[in-house]
Design a protein around this ligand. Structure first.
Ligand code: ACO
Length: 441
């Protein structure tokens, strides 16, 4: 049986019997039940006892860790952080409170909330020398390229918070990352448009401060619209964590070797950049622009259905959600009101998106495969209305997800079962063969 000393939680309820039909050997695998979600077979003894690995490209059936942070029920469209539903957090909480919740496991009381907000606001400035880093980039560099570079470079500036074995340093690194990532993101934007960097203002709230650094200029320092600040804060909440997705798994895998947290988050940013993950909201907007008008929707749906055409309907489908993405539902609701508050009427891209969702929803191909709009489908429209260029969309996602990455990284470091991540493979290359000298080839 499984060595229970290596099992931190999730009671073993029964066993799963595996029989190797080639040898007749049998193995009883413990099956564990978490607080929520499907049962999980603990396969750690499969190789040592039967000499068999599992094969699971894309890890569609593999749990890589035990976690207490986020739960998703993809069939029901449920997303919980530390047990709280995302809809309730988006409605009643604020981003820094959600950060505290993800990092420490409970909602802060009044004193904890004030203390945390104060701590984060005291870390918002970046080392002055980091400013010179930016001038090394071309002006037309993608802001995600700048993010990968500059966040990775934080490890060269904050040496006193890179010792991963020291809980205090881990905490300081977490606070630094959450506090400085908006400053770096705003600097990446300012650099790309040739405007001077804006220093953070610590009397402003988190999202408000980010909007100030992004859209204000030294010669015109206007108050940030509370409607925009609330919308931004809500977008950050909706993107804060999403359990073991590609970028989070990247952060955990990078961290499993003992790499410092700044390097790990830079690895997460790189993974998020791809169009199948965080780059999707940028791709949604590009796609909507390409579709252009409602009468061309059928043509694009036809392409999406065609297996020989690489085109996919961006913003549709999700590895886990086989129902409406609850984050998309929250965003869809707020998109309308935010556009209204901003005075944007009859936004053509929103009209097109709604029509696309309606037609795709009635399409057998999308119904059969349970392809619903995901969070990226509406976020792009909202972000564009708020004044962000598409190239900044993934940067905003990275900004918000930093807390999720860091909470998951911290949980991994503190997990006694944690080992360096090292998947195995099904080798199908050449079997061993003798070297052939050049003149005999
Ligand atoms: N358009 C058309 N067909 C699709 C789409 C889509 N957007 N998504 C999935 N399918 C089809 C696949 O071709 C496949 O069809 P088949 O069974 O005939 O082969 C079937 O649906 C299952 O899709 P998979 O690719 O196996 O699903 P997977 O879980 O691997 O992919 C993913 C999920 C990557 C998100 C995919 O749905 C996709 O590419 N969507 C568009 C990009 C996107 O919006 N990404 C954002 C994800 S959310 C986020 O990162 C925050």
């Amino acid at each position: 049986m499984n060595d229970m000393s290596e099992t931190a939680g999730g009671a073993t309820t029964h066993t799963l019997t595996v029989t190797d039909n080639a040898t007749g050997q049998r193995l009883e695998l413990p099956v564990r039940q978490g607080t929520e979600g499907p049962r999980v077979a603990d396969i750690r003894r499969l190789y040592s006892d039967l000499g068999i690995f599992t094969y699971d490209p894309g890890f569609t059936a593999t749990g890589s860790c035990e976690s207490k942070i986020t739960f998703i029920d993809g069939d029901e469209g449920v997303l919980l952080h530390r047990g709280y539903a995302i809809e309730e957090l988006a409605e009643h909480s604020d981003f820094l409170e959600v950060c505290f919740l993800l990092l420490y496991g409970h909602l802060p009381d009044k004193a904890e909330k004030e203390d945390f907000e104060q701590t984060i606001s005291m870390h918002t400035m970046v080392h002055e020398q980091m400013r010179t880093f930016f001038s090394g980039f071309r002006r037309d560099a993608h802001p995600m390229a700048i993010m990968v570079g500059v966040v990775g470079a934080m490890s060269a500036f904050y040496h006193d918070s890179t010792d991963i074995d020291d809980p205090y340093q881990r905490m300081v690194a977490s606070h630094r990352l959450i506090a400085k990532i908006p400053t770096i993101a705003a600097m990446a934007y300012k650099y790309s448009i040739g405007q001077p960097f804006m220093y953070p203002r610590n009397e402003l709230r988190y999202a408000e401060n980010f909007l100030h650094m992004t859209f204000n200029v030294p010669c015109e320092d206007k108050p940030v619209s509370p409607v925009l600040a609330r919308a931004m804060d809500r977008i950050f909440i909706l993107h804060a964590d999403h359990e073991q997705n590609a970028s989070t798994s990247t952060v955990r895998l990078a961290g499993s070797s003992g790499a410092n947290p700044f390097a790990c988050i830079a690895a997460g940013i790189a993974s998020l950049w791809g169009p199948a993950h965080g780059g999707a909201n940028e791709a949604v907007l590009n796609m909507l622009r390409e579709i252009g008008s409602k009468d061309r929707i059928p043509e694009f749906l036809k392409r999406a259905r065609d297996r020989d055409d690489p085109f996919r309907l961006m913003g549709f489908g999700h590895r886990v959600y086989k129902n409406y993405d609850p984050r998309a539902a929250v965003l869809k609701k707020s998109t309308d009101s935010v556009l209204d508050e901003l005075g944007v009427r009859n936004e053509p891209l929103l009209e097109l998106a709604l029509e696309l969702e309606r037609i795709a929803g009635e399409d057998e191909y999308f119904q059969q495969r349970k392809l619903f709009p995901n969070v990226d489908f509406y976020s792009g429209i909202l972000l564009q209305a708020m004044g962000f260029p598409t190239s900044m969309f993934t940067v905003l996602f990275a900004l918000a997800r930093t807390v999720g990455w860091i909470a998951q990284w911290k949980e991994m470091i503190e997990d006694p079962v944690q080992k360096i991540g090292r998947p195995r493979q099904l080798y199908t290359g050449e079997a061993r063969r003798p070297f052939v000298p050049l003149d005999e080839r």
